[in-house]
Design a protein around this ligand. Structure first.
Ligand SMILES: C[S@@+](CC[C@H](N)C(=O)[O-])C[C@H]1O[C@@H](n2cnc3c(N)ncnc32)[C@H](O)[C@@H]1O
Length: 234
């Protein structure tokens, strides 16, 4: 089975995410609860630490999270010193964007650009001062979005919607830019197989270690975080 071929599930539908975020908006309005943190606080911290080390705030990078949900990762970058005006999040669920904007307001992150965009069919808008949204990002983040997309309905040729995703991500990146992805559906090796290809032009850059578990004589992590880079021309 190719690494992008998972059986379709409810988690791959927009209806599912619309329902999740409708509930989370109501919860936030009622109790101030910011909603679920996918893969837990530790994954957010580790992705933010990786960014600070490899794409530091001092370089004034343009950063976008694809499928930004409630925006937790972007707010961690804000706290780490990145310029809010150079941070963006897109999500295809309008209530996800509404929730992230409400939280941004409460956390002093109003200047973060948060918008509705179906990444499989639309291109995110560029930010002020950015030459272009295609080929204009220094860092693209994905925390659980490739996972969700890979659970979507297959097309008439039996292809998963995840098939073209790594190439679309690569198109967003500047030469020398990075993508950092965390997944619970794909192993590090599977992510390498899908993202570091001739078509994407991406190369493996580094990985983030997560706690391992052992079961039945095998050991592994429950999720993987891997970085790829779009090489600069020689
Ligand atoms: C597992 S959640 C992770 C959300 C967020 N990254 C986080 O860590 O909290 C997956 C997210 O991807 C979004 N998503 C799925 N397919 C998408 C698409 N085609 N375009 C944009 N967003 C999408 C969902 O709405 C959802 O917010």
């Amino acid at each position: 089975m190719a690494s992008t071929e998972l059986p379709p599930s409810e988690l791959g539908t927009k209806d599912h995410w619309d329902n999740v975020y409708e509930r989370e908006v109501a919860n936030f309005e009622e109790t101030g609860d910011e909603g679920e943190i996918w893969f837990g606080e530790d994954s957010v911290e580790k992705m933010a630490d990786w960014a600070v080390e490899n794409v530091p705030p001092s370089t004034q990078p343009f950063i976008i999270e694809v499928g930004s949900g409630n925006g937790t990762l972007l707010f961690a970058l804000l706290d780490a010193g990145y310029d809010a005006k150079r941070l963006a999040g897109i999500d295809y669920s309008p209530d996800a964007v509404k929730l992230s904007k409400m939280i941004a307001g409460a956390r002093g992150g109003d200047a973060i650009s948060l918008g509705v965009c179906d990444f499989l069919s639309e291109t995110p808008s560029s930010l002020e001062g950015q030459a272009s949204s295609v080929g204009g990002w220094d860092l693209v983040l994905d925390k659980g979005t490739y996972d969700a997309i890979a659970l979507g309905e297959k097309d008439e040729h039996g292809r998963s919607p995840a098939v073209g995703y790594p190439a679309r991500i690569s198109q967003l990146l500047k030469e020398g830019g990075h993508v950092l992805i965390t997944s619970c559906n794909f192993t590090e090796e599977e992510l390498k197989t899908s993202f570091a290809t001739y078509e994407t032009g991406l190369v493996y850059h580094s990985r983030v270690s997560h706690p391992t578990f052992s079961f039945g004589g095998h050991s592994g992590s429950s999720y993987a975080t891997v970085a790829f880079q779009k090489p600069s021309p020689p």
